[in-house]
Design a protein around this ligand. Structure first.
Ligand code: SAM
Ligand code: SF4
Length: 457
């Protein structure tokens, strides 16, 4: 019999038994968070119920500190690539839903995929997250695999894409094996909502099977995919329940596979063409930031991803309280990069070009990164956990961020940003604690200035 991943009653009980807490209890939880070993579901319960403004400030401070300790100041960027909007599911929130007959659907040809990839490379990105609707006839696993191979094969004088992460619907062990062979980075699958009743009400089609969705991570893992990304679409159900469920899910994966989620994404519902769904559980900006901070300290080793669904000011705040990866200059239209005509999956709030996003974050002392080293050196799954859990991953993150940001500065910027970028690089170079590593990073930087590319530790 299949093991239960989420116990809804237990989560509801925790939510009601943690409604009030003394200041000492909260302070003790925040002190424990600084040990960077995560929190129990009950401790997370006290935090989601927290309202005191002074303690909330402490929560944000703690989350920022934990992110800094584990991942350092680096912020990794990627771009999504929407390949096909054919979809047999009717998800209430998504404009690709099957009953949207007004949508002129399409799947990109391999030539178009290459052309879109080249566009993304020429923006400065090195990582792509590929997105597909679910349609076994029009975008089956062989099409998905061919698309991934074509992305890896594409190149321009500015380089190539070095890591392809994938966001496709739950599938079979056989399909996951094919994905693994295609050398994917992280496999992301959002549970959308952990609340079974809400899940079954908002979905139609194969995706409406809650058990198929929640058991998919196990099949992917069995197929050898050990970098898994979790996520909830916030706004479908009570965010407090979802946060406790996400943490329970992370702990379940850790216990069962010895590997927790490589990433957690926090998409929030956005209006979308043809979507009439009105979220009953709209998440306010204040609660959204609070849940990011809680997840950061509850699952400290995980990468946390924010997308351009969120506005620039919200993203900026989120970067200081736990986010470690972000999409930038995204387009959610099939084949939309470089085109005027847009039929997006949902409305994007942060439409700034990559250069503007970068210029903005370096003012705040964040170090932009296009690093793909861990995955290419086999630092995935259990190996990655072994480095990230004790907080050692920043040892690699800082030099690799410096090197990939230097490549970006050399290849994509001029004047102002170039100078500002190198000032930041010089600042963080001196912060590399290990003398040998610092010296080797300096050597590699010189090589990059002379034209060498793709150097990493
Ligand atoms: N079709 C695949 C699936 O459903 O798992 C993956 C791709 S889908 C394009 C990626 C994600 O977009 C979904 O998992 C969902 O969470 C999110 N999404 C869909 N509609 C959205 C909306 N209106 N606002 C924000 N995010 C949305
Ligand atoms: Fe299809 Fe995914 Fe959109 Fe659902 S969320 S309609 S499965 S593309």
């Amino acid at each position: 019999m299949q093991q239960r991943v989420i116990n809804e009653k237990a989560i509801r009980d925790v939510l009601s038994s943690t409604r009030s807490a003394s200041s000492q209890t909260i302070q003790a939880i925040l002190a424990k968070a600084r040990e960077k070993k995560g929190l129990s579901v009950k401790e997370v319960g006290f935090l989601v119920n927290l309202k005191d403004p002074a303690l909330l400030r402490k929560l944000f401070e703690t989350a920022g500190w934990v992110k800094d300790q584990i991942y350092g100041e680096r912020l990794v960027f990627f771009a999504p690539l929407y390949i096909s909007d054919f979809c047999v599911n009717d998800c209430a929130y998504c404009s690709f839903h099957a009953s949207n007959t007004g949508l002129a659907r399409r799947g990109l040809t391999m030539r178009e995929i290459e052309e879109q990839t080249r566009h993304i490379i020429n923006m400065g990105h090195k990582r792509i997250l590929v997105e597909f609707g679910e349609d076994p006839a029009k975008s089956n696993i062989d099409y998905v695999v061919s698309a991934i191979r074509r992305i890896y094969a594409a190149s321009t004088p500015k380089g190539t894409i070095r890591r392809v992460n994938v966001n496709i619907a739950a599938t079979t062990l056989k399909d996951y094996k094919k994905l693994k062979q295609a050398k994917i980075g992280t496999y992301q699958l959002f549970q959308e909502t952990y609340h079974r009743w809400t899940y079954e009400r908002l979905h139609r089609g194969p995706k409406a099977d809650y058990d198929r969705q929640i058991s998919a991570y196990g099949r992917a893992f069995k197929a050898g995919i050990d970098d898994l990304g979790l996520g909830v679409l916030f706004g479908l159900y009570d965010w407090r329940f979802e946060v406790l469920a996400l943490v329970s899910h992370a702990q379940y994966l850790e216990k069962k596979y010895n590997v927790g989620p490589h990433t957690i994404s926090v998409p929030r519902f956005q209006p979308a063409p043809s979507v009439t769904f009105k979220p009953e559980y709209k998440v306010s900006d204040a609660d959204f930031l609070k849940l990011i901070a809680i997840l950061r300290i509850a699952v400290p080793y995980t990468g946390m991803i924010i997308s351009t669904r969120e506005s620039a000011p919200i993203r900026k705040k989120a970067f200081t309280i736990g986010i470690s990866q972000a999409s930038a200059a995204s387009c959610t239209t099939i084949g939309g990069y470089g085109k005027k005509r847009k039929e997006p999956q949902f409305i994007i709030q942060d439409e700034r070009p990559l250069e503007e996003v970068i210029s903005d974050i370096i003012e705040k002392g964040f170090l932009p990164s296009f690093c793909t080293a861990c995955y290419r050196l086999g630092r995935t799954g259990e190996v990655f956990m072994g480095i990230s859990k004790p907080g050692d991953i920043h040892t690699f993150c800082r030099p690799n961020a410096i090197l990939t940001f230097a490549e970006y500065l050399q290849d994509f910027t001029k004047n102002g940003l170039y100078e500002k970028g190198y000032t930041l690089i010089r600042h963080y170079l001196e912060k590399i604690e290990n003398r040998t590593l610092r010296a080797r990073t300096k050597e590699k930087l010189e090589e990059i200035k002379k034209g060498k590319r793709d150097l990493y530790f």
